[in-house]
Design a protein around this ligand. Structure first.
Ligand SMILES: Nc1ncnc2c1ncn2[C@@H]1O[C@H](COP(=O)(O)OP(=O)(O)OP(=O)(O)O)[C@@H](O)[C@H]1O
Ligand SMILES: [Mg+2]
Length: 256
């Protein structure tokens, strides 16, 4: 097995008196879809915000490709190859697909000292990415405002790929989507892993997690209480780990 892309060691996060995360140890591997599960308030979003450089952990360390890293901002995490797709997506409705994919990192060519956008090149790059993802979007010049929820997810994923992300984190990407669109986004998730990304997926939908995830991690009250390979578990077991009915969780919570 290859070395993990990212190792989280003993991660804790406190907000004043509230402990949102404690003692979280986790490995995230290239080519794998890892699902983060847990009830509301379990600490999932807080954990990925630490990975994304949006929160500084109170304790513990992150190791990427064998080296400890310290993120001062989301920009640092992006430079390290981590792209996070938040539920709100942060796309600009009035800009085109291509403009959104390149937003803030437009390709420019100086002519007489004045930077001109390399529109053809950006368009071609986005067309290639959309094709690779089999996203069924034909026109990169279309405004994002005209797209469906699933197509917007595809644009956000393109943006992550265009950053050459090595880890793509998605926080409940299908929560607001219809059945067919959910299918498409789940396929895109698998495709990202096949392309050699590590993927972290947060979802409350157990059926969908069983469909795409290679491995599942369950958070409860800020702790990681279980980790399972998909082949070694069942939806029933995962639900009992989330609710705390599982004997392993009860034993763990008795000692804490
Ligand atoms: N910025 C913050 N300031 C203070 N407390 C916070 C902050 N962010 C999260 N928390 C608290 O940390 C705990 C974990 O929250 P988090 O958002 O990580 O949960 P979650 O597992 O993502 O839940 P959900 O499934 O509802 O999204 C909660 O008790 C929450 O109230
Ligand atoms: Mg959350």
């Amino acid at each position: 097995m290859t070395a993990p892309f990212l190792v989280a060691r003993d991660i804790a996060k406190r907000f004043g008196a509230l402990t949102a995360l404690s003692g979280v140890n986790l490995e995230i591997r290239t080519g794998e879809v890892l699902a983060l599960l847990g009830d509301n308030g379990a600490g999932k979003s807080t954990f990925i915000k630490v990975l994304a450089g949006a929160h500084k952990q109170s304790d513990g360390e992150l190791i990427i490709e064998g080296r400890p890293v310290a993120f001062a901002s989301p920009k640092d995490a992006a430079t390290a190859g981590i792209a996070t797709i938040f539920q709100e997506l942060a796309l600009s409705e009035n800009l085109s697909i291509a403009e959104n994919v390149f937003l803030g990192r437009e390709l420019k060519r100086p002519i007489l000292g004045i930077p001109f956008l390399k529109r053809q090149e950006m368009r071609a790059r986005v067309e290639t990415l959309l094709k690779e993802l089999d996203a069924h979007i034909s026109d990169p010049e279309a405004p994002v405002g005209s797209l469906s929820g699933g197509q917007r997810q595809a644009v956000a994923i393109c943006r992550a790929l265009n950053l050459n992300a090595k880890l793509v984190i998605m926080d409940e990407p299908t929560a607001a989507l219809a059945v067919a669109e959910t299918r498409k986004v789940l396929q895109l998730t698998r495709r990202l892993a096949e392309r050699g990304c590590a993927v972290v997926l947060i979802s409350h939908n157990i059926a969908e997690v069983f469909e795409v995830a290679d491995r599942m991690v369950v958070f409860r009250r800020g702790r990681k209480v279980a980790e399972r390979n998909r082949a070694e578990t069942t939806p029933e077991e995962i639900v009992s780990l989330i609710t705390g009915a599982h004997p392993d969780v009860q034993a763990l919570e008795k000692t804490n």
